[in-house]
Design a protein around this ligand. Structure first.
Ligand SMILES: Cc1cc2nc3c(=O)[nH]c(=O)nc-3n(C[C@H](O)[C@H](O)[C@H](O)COP(=O)(O)OP(=O)(O)OC[C@H]3O[C@@H](n4cnc5c(N)ncnc54)[C@H](O)[C@@H]3O)c2cc1C
Length: 254
């Protein structure tokens, strides 16, 4: 196998996964991120069985499972309707053993970062990439330009994992109409919110409240949950300016 010198832009989920996988099979990998201390943004997320098999290939599924929560089903109800509108179990007949895996983003980030570094990838924090320079006459010269005007060495391969607002992608991301407010809270036992379920409640098609159990992250002795509230982006300012009781009333209503 020819050993490639690979530059990865972005130390998010995609960049760290790619770094761990490529360094593991012997390539020389450098990951550039704009953050001085790369860190995850957001609360928690769910890893589907296909994502879990990637973690398994990288040898870190066991650790991820220790830090996360097993999710057996996803359940959503609309206010007042007696039947669920979302009712999906991963393994309803007990045949595959498949489950979802919910984790705090911080825990997933730590697992992936450790896997990338253990495989030999180098992390270059504090490097904001502004451009990718490719000279078609010298295709082996793929260089990244940074905010301070400096250039990277040349790479055999550059992977763009800078997310939706990548400065080197020809695709321009458009903001979605809806967004979600999120936060991490201590888990509270409640019979209507099982600890192995993604629970969602909908107010017509306008709002969604969600609770995702996250397990116990490193450094904590309390299990956590991610809570989500979705709304139109255009309504955010009005929501922020209104008294918190207005929102609590709406949440209680659904
Ligand atoms: C509320 C919410 C809930 C979600 N829930 C789930 C879920 O349950 N399951 C799921 O699979 N997905 C979920 N997602 C989607 C998931 O979060 C994204 O798909 C995932 O984070 C994308 O990862 P990424 O590595 O491509 O990009 P990112 O996580 O955005 O990482 C990009 C990295 O690139 C760096 N970067 C950006 N620009 C530059 C630059 N110019 N120079 C250097 N570095 C740069 C950033 O600092 C960052 O570290 C959710 C998203 C949201 C918003």
């Amino acid at each position: 196998m020819k050993i490639l010198h690979i530059g990865i832009v972005g130390a998010g989920v995609a960049g760290l996964c790619a770094a761990a996988g490529l360094a593991r099979i012997g390539h020389r990998v450098q990951v550039f991120d704009q953050f001085d201390t790369p860190a995850p943004v957001g609360s928690g997320l769910m890893i589907q069985p296909v994502g879990q098999s990637v973690l398994d290939i990288m040898g870190c599924l066991g650790r991820a499972k220790d830090l996360g929560a097993t999710i057996n089903d996803m359940h959503g109800t609309v206010e007042k309707y007696p039947w669920p509108v979302l009712n999906v179990a991963y393994d309803p007949d007990g045949l595959t053993g498949e489950t979802g895996l919910a984790m705090p983003r911080s825990a997933l980030f730590q697992v992936l970062m450790d896997a990338a570094l253990a495989a030999g990838a180098q992390l270059q924090p504090g490097h904001t990439v502004t451009n990718l320079n490719i000279d078609i006459n010298i295709p082996e010269k793929r260089r990244l330009t940074f905010e301070n005007g400096k250039e990277s060495q040349s790479f055999d391969l550059v992977i763009d994992a800078a997310g939706a607002r990548s400065p080197i992608s020809p695709i321009t991301a458009k903001p979605l109409k809806y967004g979600a407010l999120w936060g991490s809270v201590d888990w509270v036992d409640a019979p209507e919110i099982p600890a192995t379920r993604l629970t969602q409640r909908y107010l017509q098609a306008k709002h969604m409240a969600g609770v995702l159990p996250l397990g116990t992250p490193p450094g904590s002795d309390t299990p956590k949950a991610a809570v989500f509230w979705s709304m139109k982006r255009d309504d955010f300012q009005v929501w922020q300016d209104a008294p918190i009781e207005d929102w609590l009333n709406m949440v209680n209503h659904i």
